[in-house]
Design a protein around this ligand. Structure first.
Ligand SMILES: C[S@@+](CC[C@H](N)C(=O)[O-])C[C@H]1O[C@@H](n2cnc3c(N)ncnc32)[C@H](O)[C@@H]1O
Length: 295
């Protein structure tokens, strides 16, 4: 999934995103097939749905969102537009990505206003180094208020970390977030025939899902939370996620681009998962979940 896919699913009408144009790639990049668009819509909608559920679960309280490995996504502005003055968003990625993102964000009035008001911060940090992560959130960093409910999002990031590092990072936040949640989207099932091919494809593009071994399936994704400081965890593969998204929205986007490669679609969706975990007292974020299954 690329900034090009993001722009394409916006242009095609899958999602509304006033900021997608900021990150548009060079015009020559080719368009992915409809099932990739539908999958991208599903994971974006799942993340947005969980962000909204988190905001609702915080009542009137202010809250933090930390977007780890934010890349060029526009989640920060989705949260700030939807939840106004209550939200503060801190985004973290490698220095090179953050530098480029800041330069692009300066072209957006709304993004710039959020930066100057302190509601938004983009910080360079290699999250493999927990000392560096500590500095980002310490008194010399973004002056982070850990007493507020905090949602950590890591969309398509943990699997890129070296084996063991994703669990450490989940544990870093698990130890500090007394009231909050962690949401992740990751590839799973690297060992069946499709999974082996997926791993080869990623390696041939010069990266690797080294961290997939930390949570190679939905059970592993839950275990990574409960073994690293989080009270309760949930994980769904993307077929389960899709079935839980709003039925009328699914019907709407299914009319945008039709396809009949359902076997391939289900196979791809079985190899990605959305997982989430919650910390807090009895009743806090009690209903934090995607919707109920419907066909
Ligand atoms: C596949 S992209 C996902 C971007 C974004 N979360 C999204 O969903 O569109 C993975 C992102 O993780 C970042 N990343 C990978 N390893 C990282 C590390 N060690 N420290 C900080 N960021 C990292 C990459 O730079 C990249 O922006």
């Amino acid at each position: 999934m690329t900034a090009g896919d993001h722009r394409d699913i916006t242009t095609l009408g899958y999602v509304r995103d006033a900021y997608a144009e900021l990150f548009k790639p060079p015009a020559s990049t080719s368009r992915h097939p409809p099932l990739v668009h539908r999958g991208y819509w599903a994971r974006m909608t799942a993340t947005r749905t969980l962000c909204d559920a988190f905001a609702r679960g915080c009542g009137e309280e202010r809250f933090n969102v930390v977007n780890v490995g934010c890349g060029y996504d526009t989640l920060a502005m989705y949260v700030l537009d939807a939840h106004g003055a209550r939200a503060r968003v801190v985004e973290v990625d490698h220095a090179e990505v953050i530098g480029r993102k800041r330069a692009k964000c300066e072209r957006s009035e709304a993004w710039w206003a959020a930066t100057t008001s302190g509601a938004y911060a983009a910080v360079a940090c290699d999250v493999r180094d927990l000392g560096a992560v500590e500095n980002v959130f310490g008194s010399d960093g973004v002056a982070f208020d850990w007493s507020l409910p905090t949602l950590v999002v890591a969309e398509c990031v943990l699997a890129y970390l070296p084996e063991g590092k994703s669990s450490e990072l989940v544990g870093f936040f698990g130890a500090r977030v007394a009231r909050g949640a962690f949401v992740a989207y990751d590839p799973i099932e690297p060992d069946d025939a499709f999974g082996q091919q997926m791993m080869k494809n990623v390696s041939s593009r010069g990266c690797a899902f080294a961290g997939i071994r930390d949570a190679p399936n939905v059970r592993g994704a839950i275990a990574r939370y409960v073994e690293n400081g989080w009270k309760r965890g949930t994980a769904y593969d993307m077929n389960q996620v899709y079935a839980r998204l709003d039925a009328s929205e699914r019907a709407r986007i299914e009319r945008i681009e039709r396809f009949d490669e359902f076997e391939e679609w289900r196979l791809i969706m079985a190899h990605y998962c959305v997982s989430f975990a919650v910390n807090g007292g009895e009743g806090f974020l009690a209903g934090f979940d995607l919707g109920a299954t419907s066909s």
